[in-house]
Write a protein that binds this ligand. Structure first.
Ligand code: HSE
Length: 427
C-alpha cells in the first residue's frame, strides 16, 4: 500500500477545511485511490485552533523546521496566504524535496518561476489548483481536459466577494458602501477589502489562468485592472433598463495582434450565461478551437470548496510518480516575442450630466464622431432639474484610447457637460 504523509501549514478557513476532508475521507481515498493519505503534521500558531479540529497534540508542529525535517511528510499543503512567511516556507519545503500544494494565488502569480525552479531542482511537485476559482477545477481543465485545444478566449467571474456585492447592488438598488459594510459584517468581505474590490485577487488569478491557457508567461504587470469601488447604483439601474447586468469580469484573449488580459467591471446582456452567476458564485466561460464553448460554474471560495481543490492536488501528487510542470518557459517576465494588447476593443456605456441648453448634445456627438466612436443609443434619463439632465450613451465597439480621448475632450466642455461614468459593455 502506497503511504503518503501530508503537512498542512495554516489551519484557518481553508486549512481547516482541508484537514477535515483529508481525515474524514481517509478510508474513501484508501478504497478508491489505493493510497493511504494521512495528515502527519500541522503548523498553526494558534494551537487551540488545531485542538478544536481534533489534531492530536503530537502532530502540532511548533516551527517550519519540524515540518520539513519530518521524514513522514511527503506533501506540504500551504494555506497561509500572502508572500511573506508563506513564500519562505514553500521554498523550504521544495528545497528539501517535498511536494507543495498551495491555494496561494498571489504567491503563484508573482513567484511561480522561482518556486518551479526549486521544485524541478529537487524533484518535487508544485500544484496550485486551489489558487484559482476555489473548488472549480479550472486548472486541471486547462491542463488536461482541454489540452487538445488552442484556447481563443476565457471570460469569467473569478472573485466571489465582488460578485456578491454587485448582485446585492443589482437586486436591492443599494449603494456600494452600504453593501460592502453588510458583506464585511457577514464575513464575505475582509476588513481591508481592497484585494477583492480593486480587482487584485482577480488579476492574480487571470495572470495564472492565461499563462496556462496560452502556454506563455502572462505577468501580472500585463493585466489591465480596474475594480468596483467607484460603481454607482445609478449605473446599475440604468444598465438594467437597457437589458444589462454589471459583473466584474476577467477576460483573457489570444488575438492576431497579441494577448489581451483585463479585469474590470462590465455590462453583459441579461441573457448571457455569466449574467445569471450570482452572489458569491464564480464561473468561467472558455472557448477552444475544437471543443467550442465550455462553462465551469461553482464556489470560488470557502473552506470545503477550496479544500476540495487542495485535496484533489494532494491525491494527484500521491498517485503520480512523475511531476507535472508548466507547459511554457516560466520566467519572471514574458517571452520577448509575445505581444500584449493594451488598446483593446470594446463597446462602452457612458453616463453624462448635460446642461439642458441648445447645442449641448451636438457638441458631444461631434466629439464622439471625430474620435471614431459610433453611438448605438443615447437616452435622456428624466427631465432637467437645476438646468442639467442625465444622459446615457451606449457606443458600438471602439478602441480604449478612442473612448479615453473622447471623454477628455467632452470633459473639457466646461459648464456644458461632465462625464460621470464610463463602463465597458461586453457582447
Ligand atoms: N477573496 C476571494 C473571492 C476568494 O472573493 O473570490 C479567494 O481568492
Amino acid at each position: 500500500m502506497n503511504k503518503v504523509g501530508v503537512a498542512i501549514l495554516g489551519l484557518g478557513v481553508v486549512g481547516g477545511g482541508t484537514y477535515k476532508i483529508l481525515t474524514e475521507n481517509h478510508d474513501f481515498y484508501l478504497k478508491t485511490q489505493g493510497v493511504d493519505i494521512a495528515v502527519q503534521s500541522v503548523l498553526e500558531l494558534d494551537r487551540e485552533r488545531a485542538r478544536v479540529l481534533g489534531v492530536p497534540e503530537e502532530k502540532i508542529a511548533s516551527n517550519i523546521a519540524e515540518v520539513i525535517c519530518n521524514p513522514d511528510v511527503n506533501i506540504v499543503v500551504e494555506c497561509i496566504g500572502g508572500v511573506g512567511a508563506a513564500k519562505d516556507f514553500v521554498l523550504d519545503a521544495l528545497n528539501t524535496g517535498k511536494t507543495v500544494v498551495t491555494s496561494n494565488k498571489e504567491l503563484v502569480c508573482k513567484f511561480s518561476h522561482e518556486l518551479e525552479r526549486a521544485a524541478k531542482r529537487h524533484n518535487a511537485g508544485l500544484y496550485y489548483e486551489a489558487s484559482c476559482v476555489g473548488g472549480v477545477p479550472i486548472i486541471r481543465t486547462l491542463l488536461d481536459g482541454l489540452q487538445a485545444n488552442r484556447i481563443g478566449s476565457m471570460m469569467g467571474i473569478i472573485n466571489g466577494t465582488t460578485n456578491y456585492i454587485l448582485t446585492k447592488m443589482t437586486n436591492e438598488g443599494a449603494s456600494y458602501e452600504e453593501v460592502l459594510r453588510e458583506a464585511q459584517r457577514l464575513g464575505y468581505a475582509e476588513a481591508d477589502p481592497s484585494a477583492d474590490v480593486e480587482g487584485f485577487d482577480a488579476a492574480y488569478k487571470l495572470s495564472i489562468l492565461s499563462s496556462l491557457a496560452f502556454h506563455t508567461k502572462v505577468p501580472l504587470s500585463k493585466v489591465f485592472r480596474e475594480g468596483i469601488s467607484g460603481i454607482s447604483a445609478k449605473d446599475i439601474a440604468y444598465g438594467k433598463d437597457l437589458g444589462y447586468v454589471l459583473k466584474l469580469l476577467a477576460i483573457g484573449k489570444q488575438t492576431p495582434a497579441g494577448i489581451e488580459v483585463r479585469v474590470h467591471p462590465a455590462f453583459v446582456k441579461k441573457e448571457h450565461p455569466l449574467a445569471s452567476v450570482n452572489d458569491s458564485f464564480n464561473a468561467v466561460f472558455i472557448t477552444g478551437d475544437s471543443v467550442g464553448d465550455v462553462m465551469l460554474y461553482g464556489r470560488g471560495a470557502g473552506s470545503l470548496p477550496t479544500g476540495s481543490a487542495l485535496v484533489s492536488d494532494v491525491i494527484y501528487a500521491a498517485t503520480h510518480s512523475e511531476n507535472k510542470y508548466s507547459t511554457f518557459k516560466n520566467n519572471a517576465t514574458a517571452e520577448k516575442d509575445v505581444t500584449f494588447v493594451s488598446d483593446f476593443r470594446s463597446a462602452y456605456y457612458m453616463r453624462l450630466t448635460v446642461s439642458d441648453r441648445v447645442g449641448a448634445l451636438s457638441k458631444i456627438t461631434s466629439i464622439l464622431g471625430k474620435n471614431d466612436v459610433s453611438i448605438v443609443e443615447a437616452i435622456q434619463k428624466g427631465v432637467a432639474s437645476s438646468g442639467c439632465v442625465p444622459l446615457v450613451i451606449v457606443t458600438h465597439e471602439t478602441r480604449e484610447h478612442a473612448i479615453r480621448n473622447a471623454v477628455a475632450k467632452i470633459n473639457a466642455l466646461e459648464g456644458i457637460v461632465k462625464v460621470d461614468s464610463v463602463l465597458r459593455v461586453v457582447s
